[in-house]
Design a protein around this ligand. Structure first.
Ligand code: S3P
Length: 446
């Protein structure tokens, strides 16, 4: 698949133990939201620990195109001069969100209740992903979207000149859909309500409250009900972005996989709507200690200490899926080295991520000598035990950073090296992945 620039193949080979401290960059979800809400507040928001991955940089550029000033002071330190709720101006050119579903969906939401027209696009992966899930609820506010067949990007969105508030029950468990509706609700008069059957990551609600919006959250028979009072004046914030649990998952997995390893991963965000993988790993028998639990930037965090050890396959409860939706690829890689089967159900959303992640993991694992069974919304990995994965394959990363990182981790515990055809997409979410893993002792050649 053609991406941005030339494919960068990379090979992972099993070797010595991984040791040391893994400094994980800022949380991708929180970083996008910090830039967008900073742009919608009146005055200057100062952000530290911002993830400087391509996805987030694309969102920063988009905020500038809508009229905010977005400036970098130093590594992870950014300032956003906001234009206020309803203050977006019409961009002069197409907004390219690159690989980022979160970026494009949240920004379409933020733009949907302002009287302007903007055209959005992205890379080949993003242009194949469903956008009707956000343009349908945005139409209820009065916005109009025209895209390619199937609601695909490029999409031209005309925001509602006189938006009405909306009450919307999300048909899919998606924090992006919930967030798009809430961000649109900011510039609608009255109360916008989003109801989700299963709770998804709640960074938007938390951050909106931090910026001074009136946000209520209730659990009712219908599900989790989030209510936002529209047209607030958002007050600029100082935001310390916690480190990303989804990125931390890769060095954690590598330490579990490589014999003799011990890795410390400090300050990882453990918001319960994000921490499902860590609970799952503990249930599989992983040796992970959670040290110095504390709160940073309004989010619960802890230092993780991870030691190599055997894993046992399990049935992952489907109701946990939303809290670890980005972690199934690396879980599937770990499951390949476990004793017994790991059963993952209720995961149909994996089919519409940066790639079809069930298919990408199943084909890649099979190429590495691992048996996988799959259905529309489930897959089962048959573990081959700690030294049992043959490897020796070249796997397609399909413009998907998490597929690339998952197979590179698996290569660190396979009998023969594993190559990914393109490690380039890793820069979308974890630009320091390769040097960080090498510093811990991983043999990555590319
Ligand atoms: C995200 C929500 C999830 C997740 C994505 C980030 C967010 O997507 O997969 O990586 O920041 O809101 P969905 O909302 O589509 O589940």
């Amino acid at each position: 698949m053609a991406g941005h620039g030339e494919a960068q193949p990379m090979r992972a080979t099993a070797g010595g133990p991984l040791r040391g401290v893994a400094e994980i960059p800022g949380d991708k979800s929180v970083s996008h939201r910090a830039l967008i809400l900073g742009a919608l507040s009146v005055g200057e928001t100062a952000i530290t620990g911002l993830l400087e991955g391509q996805d987030v940089l694309d969102t920063g550029r988009a905020m500038a195109a809508f009229g905010a000033s977005v400036e970098r002071d130093g590594p992870g330190a950014w300032r956003v001069q906001g234009v206020g709720v309803g203050g977006f101006r019409e961009p002069q050119d197409v907004i390219d969100c690159g690989n980022s579903g979160t970026g494009v969906r949240l920004i379409m939401g933020a733009a949907a209740t302002t009287d302007l027209t903007a055209t959005f696009t992205g890379d080949e992966s993003l242009r194949s992903r469903p956008m009707g899930r956000v343009t349908d609820p945005l139409a209820l506010f009065g916005a109009e979207a025209r895209g390619r067949r199937g609601g695909r990007l490029p999409i031209t969105l005309t925001g509602a000149a006189e938006p009405v508030p909306v009450r919307y029950a999300t048909p899919v468990a998606s924090a992006q859909v919930k967030s798009a509706v809430l961000l649109a609700g900011l510039n609608a008069p009255g109360e916008t309500v989003v109801i989700e059957k299963e709770p998804t990551r709640d960074h938007t609600e938390r951050m909106l409250a931090g910026f001074g919006a009136e946000v209520g959250v209730e659990t009712t028979a219908e599900g989790r009900v989030v209510t936002l009072v529209g047209q607030p004046e958002l007050r600029p914030q100082r935001i310390a972005v916690p480190r990303d649990p989804s990125s931390a998952a890769f060095p954690v997995a590598a330490a579990l996989l490589a014999p003799g390893s011990e890795v410390r991963v400090p300050g990882i965000g453990l918001n319960p709507t994000r921490a499902g993988l860590y609970q799952t790993l503990v249930e599989m028998g992983a040796a992970i200690e959670f040290v110095d639990r504390r709160e940073e930037g309004g989010e619960p965090v802890a230092d993780l200490v991870v030691r190599h050890g055997p894993l046992a396959g399990i049935e992952v409860p489907p109701e946990r899926a939303a809290s670890m939706i980005d972690e199934y690829p690396i879980l599937a890689a770990l499951a390949a080295t476990a004793e017994g089967r790991t059963v993952m159900r209720g995961v149909k959303e994996l089919r519409v991520k940066e790639s079809d992640r069930i298919d990408a993991m199943a084909r890649g694992l099979e190429a590495c000598g691992v048996t996988v069974e799959e259905g529309p919304d489930w897959f089962i990995v048959h573990g081959r035990g700690a030294d049992g994965v043959p490897g020796g394959a070249t796997v397609a990363s399909r413009l998907d950073h998490r597929i690339a990182m998952s197979f590179l981790c698996l290569g660190l515990a396979s009998r023969s090296p594993v190559t990914v055809d393109d490690a380039g997409p890793i820069t979308t979410s974890f630009p320091s992945f390769v040097p960080l893993m090498r510093a811990l002792g991983a043999d990555l050649a590319g």
